[in-house]
Design a protein around this ligand. Structure first.
Ligand code: AMP
Length: 193
C-alpha cells in the first residue's frame, strides 16, 4: 500500500470550505488506496482528514510527539499512532517512504513542515511530489513569494518546479499522474551560481 503524507492545520476555528476540502482529500486518498500519514492531531483539518478516512475504513497513521500526547492532542480514533520524542523526529517519520506530500492550508506548523520538505527537495534529499491544495486561494501569497525568490535570484528557476498547486482536493490524484520526477541530481543545481 502506498503511503501519502498530509500536512495541514490544527485550528478548529476555520471556515467550513477548508474542512470540506480536507474531507474530500481523505475520500480521494482512501478510494485510491493510499495509507494516509499525518501529524496525529484530532482537531482542525488534521481531525477532518483523519475522521473522514476512518469513516471510510481507510488506513491512517498518526505521528505525534510525547509532549502533545500529554496535553491530549492525539486523535483517539486512529488505530496506528506512533509516539516520537520530538518535532524533529516527527517530521522525519512523516515523510519516510512516502509517495508524495499533500499540503492543505494551515498555520506556522503546516508552513514549517512544507518548507522543510521544500528545502530537502532543493538539496536532493527528498524527491517525491509536493502538492499544495489552494483552497480559497490560501497559498497565493506563498506562491507569489516563491516567484519573488526566483526573480530576485534567491533560488534558481528550476526550484519553482519543486511544488505543484491544485485548486481542489479532487485534483490531487490526477496531478500525481502528471507531475514529472524530481531530478536525482538536484544537489548539482541546488546552489545559485
Ligand atoms: P498549524 O498549521 O500551526 O496548525 O500546525 C499544524 C502542526 O502543528 C501539526 O503538525 C503539529 O505539529 C502542530 N500542532 C499544533 N497544534 C496542534 C494540536 N492542537 N494538535 C495536534 N498538533 C498540533
Amino acid at each position: 500500500m502506498k503511503k501519502i503524507t498530509v500536512f495541514c492545520a490544527s485550528s478548529p476555528k476555520i471556515r467550513n470550505e477548508y474542512k470540506e476540502e480536507a474531507r474530500s482529500l481523505a475520500e480521494k486518498l482512501v478510494s485510491d488506496d493510499y495509507e494516509i500519514v499525518y501529524g496525529g492531531g484530532a482537531t482542525g483539518l488534521m481531525g477532518a482528514v483523519a475522521d473522514r478516512a476512518i469513516e471510510l475504513n481507510g488506513k491512517v497513521t498518526g505521528v505525534i510527539p510525547h509532549f502533545m500526547v500529554e496535553v491530549e492532542w492525539e486523535h483517539k480514533g486512529v488505530s496506528k499512532m506512533i509516539h516520537v520524542a520530538d518535532m524533529a523526529e516527527r517530521k522525519k517519520l512523516l515523510i519516510k517512504d512516502t509517495s508524495a506530500v499533500i499540503v492543505l492550508p494551515g498555520g506556522t506548523g503546516t508552513i514549517e513542515e512544507l518548507f522543510e520538505v521544500l528545502s530537502l527537495k532543493k538539496l536532493g534529499q527528498f524527491h517525491q511530489p509536493i502538492i499544495l491544495v489552494n483552497t480559497c486561494g490560501f497559498f497565493d501569497p506563498l506562491i507569489q513569494l516563491m516567484g519573488i525568490m526566483v526573480k530576485e535570484n534567491f533560488m534558481r528557476p528550476e526550484h519553482d518546479e519543486m511544488y505543484h498547486v491544485v485548486d481542489k482536493a479532487s485534483d490531487v490524484i490526477e496531478a500525481l499522474k502528471w507531475i514529472p520526477e524530481w531530478s536525482k541530481d538536484a544537489i548539482k543545481f541546488a546552489a545559485v551560481k
